[in-house]
Design a protein around this ligand. Structure first.
Ligand SMILES: *Cc1c(COP(=O)(O)O)cnc(C)c1O
Length: 494
């Protein structure tokens, strides 16, 4: 029985066999004219591989082209994966990053031949400092998580320099898993901070826990529930009064850019995810970029080399690298970070300009709230507090029918959408975290809403259709525990 009435049917592309299965002896991908000179065989590099597939060029091309269409990307449709900010990566960014001299710059190129690249890093640094309201920045870290570690190591160094080394880091229960992992790797004990019924930091819990042993509070703002921490000034004051520092996980800056600056609301250290907020591509683990911005007090601890401006004349100053930084925490990344991400992020910033960046932020917030408004009723809203750039729903209305967040996510695949983020943040039971980003058009959002409503109806009337989804993919429901614990990563002949 095909449970789907519509266009979704088994397609030849979905039934792609392995190359080993379609191989036939003697098939070749190339055809050369007969030799008219004596054969000079090159020395054998390796012996023949038993069972190596033999195919024509067209078969190979079709195979890999078909496989490539199994990927779902932001170029194929709405990608509402909450917390990940899967926005469109504009082609102009790609064009700029491939320009001669940028795309083929070598990391070992001498500094005096890299002034243009350094100038790009300098311009990007200035723009990011303007956007965040911070004082100094490093572009080295390759991802948000590495930025967190860099930031926390700087906090540790700064507190040691004050002669006030401390032992714990406070982290709200709604935080991303990388936050506690970072604090633990940096040698801190993690202390959990409760959320209040509004989904924000519980001030009395913070007041109780913020003592002389707390090095930092790691806060995401807006937090992972998509809620702005309205008490942020009071939070920052309390942490500072008691000798701690405020770290902000800036992964959610897409809700703030051009509107509000962490440097103005008391943040001491923060990271940015260029691959989220600034439209550089991400997925599959990289390459990303997680610059870390700090207030003046933490500047001496930045990783080396630090990009500085040398004024040796009446000019605006030229960018240069400073290695003589006795208090630096050291290098965190080879060379200068993922340079290709810097050109893309700068292209994004410059293409948008100030007004464009503001508009982007507003559209991202508007889109999330449009979804929230339209899905309310069919799905439970986790917190009544207004949403910023993402909205967290829950499966509370579907769970009585035996349908949970993971099932609804799988069913969305049948409707042609990438699933939202499942079961995160952990504070919400059955969480469904949806972040459409500003890239979604009204039509995209309406299609997504229609799919979500249809699934809500299915959950009421034929729940087994949802709990056994997806039905239109090559492989249906996986045993997720087995897939994680006993992954089979290699094909072996039968
Ligand atoms: C994505 C994310 C991170 C981690 O960033 P990576 O670049 O994936 O390492 C940390 N915190 C939050 C809130 C995030 O959304």
């Amino acid at each position: 029985m095909n449970p789907l009435p519509s266009r979704a049917a088994r397609h030849i592309v979905q039934n792609e066999p392995l190359l080993f299965e379609v191989s036939a002896p003697g098939k070749r991908g190339s055809q050369l004219a007969p030799l008219d000179v004596p054969i000079a065989a090159p020395p054998a590099v390796r012996g023949a591989i038993a069972g190596f597939p033999e195919l024509s060029e067209l078969e190979v091309i079709r195979h890999y082209t078909r496989l490539s269409t199994w990927n779902y990307g932001v170029d194929t449709g709405l990608y509402p994966l909450g917390s990940c900010t899967m926005k469109y990566n504009a082609r102009v960014n790609e064009l700029v990053s491939r320009l001669e001299g940028l795309g083929d710059a070598h990391p070992l190129q001498p500094e005096h031949l890299s002034r243009g690249a350094l100038a790009i890093m300098q311009q990007l640094s200035r723009d990011l400092l303007e956007i965040t309201g911070m004082a100094a920045i490093t572009l080295q870290p390759a991802a948000g998580a590495q930025g967190e570690l860099t930031g926390i190591l700087m906090i540790r160094a700064a507190l040691s320099a004050r002669g006030d080394a401390r032992r714990t880091v406070l982290i709200p229960d709604s935080a991303h898993g990388t936050n506690p992992a970072t604090a633990a790797i940096a040698g801190y004990q993690v202390q959990n901070l409760k959320s209040n019924p509004d989904g924000t930091v519980d001030m009395s819990d913070l007041n109780r826990l913020m003592n002389g042993e707390v090095a930092a509070l790691m806060l995401t703002n807006p937090n992972t529930l998509g809620i702005f921490e309205e008490d942020i000034h009071r939070i920052a004051d309390l942490v500072h009064e008691r000798g701690g520092l405020l770290y902000m996980d800036g992964a959610n800056m897409n809700a703030l850019v051009g509107r509000s600056r962490p440097g103005d609301f008391g943040v001491d250290v923060m990271h940015l995810n260029l691959h989220k907020t600034f439209s550089t591509p991400h997925g599959g683990g990289g390459p990303g970029s997680g610059p870390v911005a700090v207030k003046r007090e933490l500047e001496p601890f930045l990783p080396i080399p630090v990009l500085v401006t040398r004024h040796d004349g009446g000019d605006d100053g030229r960018p240069d690298l400073d290695y003589a930084r006795p208090h630096s925490i050291g290098r965190v990344r080879a060379f200068h970070g993922n340079f290709g991400m810097f050109t893309r992020a700068l292209a994004y910033i410059m293409a948008n300009g100030c007004d464009g960046l503001k508009q982007t932020t507003e559209d991202a917030v508007l889109n999330a709230n449009y979804l929230r408004q339209k899905l309310e009723g069919d799905y439970a809203i986790a917190y009544a507090t207004p949403s910023m750039h993402e909205v967290v729903l829950s499966d509370a209305l579907q769970a009585p029918h035996g349908v949970h967040t993971g099932d609804i996510a799988k069913r969305l695949i049948d409707y042609g959408f990438h699933p939202y983020t499942v079961s995160f943040p952990l504070v919400v039971r059955g969480a469904m975290m949806i972040e459409p980003t500003e890239s979604a058009s009204r039509a995209d959002l309406d299609d997504f809403i229609a799919a979500m409503r249809a699934i809500a109806e299915e959950a009421r009337t034929q729940p087994e259709l949802v709990t056994s989804a997806p039905h239109t993919t090559k492989i249906s429901r996986l045993d997720e525990a087995a897939a994680a614990r006993r992954p089979i990563l290699r094909w072996r002949p039968a």
